[in-house]
Design a protein around this ligand. Structure first.
Ligand code: ATP
Ligand code: MG
Length: 417
């Protein structure tokens, strides 16, 4: 599956989770909000209907007291009283308080000009309650204060239940996200694995075809080269045919080296892994270049680092890396080779002062046949990656950072014990 499809799938999954989360949060907010509002409204309407009943009861003249008491016998009423404008208590659910006078503070909460006012209070017992102050009219006697104090425990319980809904919804959403993320992880891993298997299958097939083809070409070219050499030997010096045949031999040499590289790259490798000292391996790989190259070579001091690798393959990896570095620099320059351990791995860095790698080439450097050289085959780095990964390591080629020109080939291999 292409990367972009995987990204779309991922975005889709997380968008869906986002929408579900937003919807759940919105709905929960609405439910809790309206539950609280409804509970408050229910309390208010109870108070209002009680106030109408009380106002009605005042019509009963002499029997008004009994009527009002029966109105206030409702379970939600904590206590209630009717007082005159001066504050004298005319009726009280606790009849012992009748005849007493409300103090200024008590009276100040009543605004006779308004129909009603309310506030939340706490009773002497610590229970929550709501106090309503109504202005009612007594026939022929003017305005009266009706103070209703109602229990709010019922309404508060509804609000608390609604609050608990948040916990349940949050838990469910958390679970949903966890499952979503797990799903995404599993799917990504499955795709990566499948892609890798497909690539490997393809490469194996190409490898087998290439190996057969390369073998046939090598045999044929061997014949051409042999005959050409024979003709060359039979031809007199100075004969112009001798120069032509030398050209043919150079061509066959080139084909032979290409085919050898191809065979090397395409064959199924087996690895003879041993603990090897890195420094001597690097010295050995450098040796053939020392006399042929005019630049400066800096080799980090030996710290006795061991690497777990196949000797021949490590040798070829180092040779390829050094050759690329020297080819990048030309006749002059500075080649630095450093080695250090890092998290159980031996890290080899081959650094040059050449032009570095272009950003647009970076993704293709390790692809077989990618080359920017006229006489390159582009198999050096492809082979390097194949065997380094085959030995359980990783390889990377990048321009030097920090403004310095040049490139660094970094090879990581398991450290030896
Ligand atoms: N040290 C380096 N500095 C800059 N570019 C590099 C360096 N090493 C490799 N490259 C780039 O990577 C390309 C691929 O390298 P690779 O070794 O695979 O093939 P090649 O060197 O071109 O040919 P050959 O098969 O002969 O090695 C090179 O052509 C070059 O463009
Ligand atoms: Mg090369």
């Amino acid at each position: 599956m292409p990367k972009s499809e995987l990204t779309i799938l991922r975005i889709g999954l997380f968008a869906l989770l986002g929408v579900i989360t937003a919807a759940a949060v919105y709905i929960t907010f609405e439910i809790t909000h309206s539950a609280k509002a409804l509970a408050g409204q229910a309390l208010e309407s109870t108070a209002l209907s009680l106030s109408y009943s009380a106002e009605n009861a005042l019509q009963f003249g002499a029997k008004a007291g009994d009527e009002i008491k029966s109105v206030f016998s409702d379970r939600v009423v904590a206590y209630a009283l009717v007082a005159s404008e001066e504050g004298r208590i005319l009726f009280h659910t606790n009849s012992r308080l009748e005849g007493q006078t409300l103090d200024k503070v008590e009276l100040s909460r009543w605004h006779p000009g308004e129909k009603a006012s309310s506030r939340r209070i706490r009773l002497g017992t610590g229970m929550p309650a709501a106090e309503f102050n109504f202005t009612i009219h007594s026939p022929g006697e003017g305005k009266r204060l009706l103070r209703l104090v109602l229990h709010t425990a019922g309404a508060d319980r509804i609000a608390a239940e609604a609050g608990r809904l948040w916990w349940i919804v949050s838990g469910a959403l958390l679970l949903l996200w966890a499952v979503g993320i797990l799903l995404e992880r599993t799917f990504t891993r499955y795709r990566t694995l499948r892609d890798r298997m497909e690539r490997e299958e393809r490469l194996t097939l190409i490898g087998q075809m290439t190996a057969v083809l390369a073998h046939e070409i090598r045999n044929a070219v061997g014949g051409i080269k042999g005959f050409s050499q024979w003709i060359g030997e039979k031809t007199e010096d100075g004969d112009e045919r001798k120069a032509a045949i030398a050209g043919v031999i150079r061509g066959t040499d080139r084909i032979e080296s290409l085919v050898n590289d191809l065979l090397l790259y395409s064959r199924d490798e087996t690895y003879d892994l041993r603990d090897l000292a890195l420094r001597p391996a690097i010295e050995e790989a450098l040796e053939p270049f020392r006399s042929r190259w005019g630049g400066r070579v800096e080799l980090e001091e030996d710290r006795g680092i061991l690497v777990r690798a196949d000797r021949d393959k490590l040798e070829r990896v180092l040779t390829n890396g050094i050759r690329n570095a020297l080819e990048a620099m030309g006749a002059e320059g500075l080649l630095k080779i450093a080695v250090h351990p890092e998290g159980g791995q031996a890290v080899i860095e081959i650094e040059d002062s050449g032009p570095g790698v272009r950003d647009e080439d970076r993704s293709r450097l390790f692809t077989p046949f990618f080359t920017t050289k006229t006489s390159g085959t582009g198999l050096g780095l492809a082979y390097t990656r194949k065997v380094v990964e085959g030995m359980g390591g990783r390889v990377d080629l990048a321009s030097r950072s920090g403004g310095a020109a040049g490139a660094i080939l970094t090879v990581r291999l398991p450290q030896g014990k």
